[in-house]
Design a protein around this ligand. Sequence first.
Ligand SMILES: Cc1ncc(COP(=O)(O)O)c(C=O)c1O
Length: 377
Amino acid sequence: MIPLSVPNIEGNEWQYIKECLDTNWVSSVGSYVDLFEQKVAEFTGAQYAVSTVNGTAALHIALLLSNVTQDDCVLVPNITFIASVNAIKYVNASPIFIDIDPDTWQMDLGLLEEFLENETTLQEGICTEKNSQRKIKAIMPVHVLGNMADMDHLKALAKKFHLEIIEDASEALGSYYEGTHSGNFGKFGCFSFNGNKIITTGGGGIIITDDEQLAAKAKHITTQAKADKFEYVHDHVGYNYRLVNVLAAMGVAQMENLPKFLNRKQEVNAFYREQLTNVGDIQLQEIPNKTSSNHWLFTILTSQQKPLIQHLTAHKIQVRPLWYPMNRLEMFKHERYYSRNDLSMEVYQKSISLPCSTNISEEDTAFVVKTIRDFFN
Ligand SMILES: Cc1ncc(COP(=O)(O)O)c(C=O)c1O
């Protein structure tokens, strides 16, 4: 089987992890945690980074520290991995799903603007949904597949309607909008280091921010909110959301290879794009001019989704569709979904993600292309 997106462990992972094992620094503190945070902050250009046990926990904490609470609403794209929405639910808030742009597959900012202009009121700096009188506190853009929407437009809307921006940049380490790294457009940016991401710690996440106090709060609350160095005195209901040293060690080794991984993702993206243009009815993801994508997961759209998935699977090529639209999931069916033509469903029903691990061979990408071309012929 040619896998979809698997870890690439070819650097100093063994050495750094062995060092943790040899020195007994395997658990919740250790120099690799600090070093990993430093490296991610440096790479993304953020002032501070606080590592977490996974990307979902990073989103949870970012929402908590943005004061998103019970009965508040957060605007989120209707196509995302479920963790974005689960995190909103963890703080007892509600998502308002915004349909996606059919070309970039990101939140449709035209629709978002229309929603905010027509469906909300702004009084004394508080944005309220007209129908329900619920407060809208934040926008959570999700940089789907490493692509990014027009962040100038998004920032202008956030400013006008007094909304926080909490970026779900889980898939977008190494993606930029006009030279600014993802995660730096609002108070918080959150990343995931799950096994299929561009770098992995097995499981892990990180929050980036430029706000010193918020970074300190994030560290405090993700480490059980212990208020005294010696005594077990806690000043908050905290979380055990820390990334352990042994995993951070892996993260440091992975960060060393990130430029190489990004390079390989570019190559694979360029190859697939060139080879699959004008094949059958294949449609590729549009990357806006101002965006530089990390090309995390190469995905195509075709009306032949189901038979092509069958054909590729039969040829031992691992593929998958994008995530099922959030508004159609049983537990979110009652949530508000703002859309004109339900393009989320259309994109979902056509989508196929192709193998694009950073260690995929040229032979394998050529085989994927050949198998797709054979199908359309
Ligand atoms: C868009 C998005 N949000 C959140 C997450 C959650 O990250 P994690 O699996 O590390 O909790 C992921 C990845 O898994 C993701 O792709």
